[in-house]
Ligand binder design. Sequence first.
Ligand code: UDP
Length: 330
Amino acid sequence: MKSILVLGGAGYIGSHTVYELIDNGKDVVVVDNLQTGHKEAIHPKARFYQGDIRDRKFMDSVFEKEDIGGVIHFAACSQVGESMQDPLKYYNNNLYGTEVVLESMVAHGIDKIVFSSTAATYGEPENIPIVETDATVPTNCYGETKLSMEKMMKWTGVAHPLRYVALRYFNACGCHPNGLLGEGHDPETHLIPIILQVANGTRPSISIFGNDYDTKDGTCVRDYIHVCDLATAHILALEYLMEGKESNVFNLGNGVGFTVSEVIECTRKVTGHPIPAVIAPRRAGDPSTLIASSQKAKEVLHWNPKYDSLETIIETAWNWHKQHINGYNS
Ligand code: UDP
């Protein structure tokens, strides 16, 4: 059996996908530089190589040692706010890193890659829910680099025998029900883990970034999708490529939008904590509303997300955060 190489397999969505792959009987190789990933999150049955995707010699050595049948690529910087302050970090890690990965794949005759893209590729949407054929005009540098990664794969696939699936996630959240895997970024910037840090006593309050958006309560609307549902989609996407099908792009979301205030209120209910909230200025680059149509993923990949209730999703995240007051360092 050929192995699946997971780049960024110690990170949040990567580690959940590795567990899902191994639970499905796959042989998995993980590459991670551990800059933001956590060694503790790597499945004990995965073979782990610590190194950077921008290091061509390192990438070549992994492809030479292992018999790789396909790649799942999560190894990228993913924070909207940081990307606006340090855009070149995003160009270097996300674009240059992907260039090296593709060069090494082409050199070793590996022709299938599934990769993390994002709703941020759309920018301010022209329609709600967003479909894959809508205009892509990113409003932040993170989304711009992810869109450029998609295009890099497209043009590489024109010149070489390489096929890709780009999965445009909406807001990934929740934690594995096994209690072993969670969401631990340092610094944390994502909404649900920050709210849960208020509930577990490590933060005094949550700042709401803007309450003057054109939404029902003035706060931004997002489509929250459980990380295990995203993990499943990667396996389906890889199987789709293994069936010889063409490169493709899919949205992954629940198709339901919640405002920031609604997410805070739901977390109060789940945790029983009052969770003080303060209004803060808008965050640069934030579109007001992002809601997915995932019809295409459901029809083509036969993806069927299991976690369709925000309350259940937050319960899985709370289960981890209440036991990991200091994240993976707890
Ligand atoms: N947000 C917020 N306070 C925070 C973190 C996030 O109000 O401390 C808002 C943010 O402006 C966005 C939503 O919560 O509207 C989701 O942000 P997150 O960073 O979790 O994901 P993104 O939508 O950027 O991928």
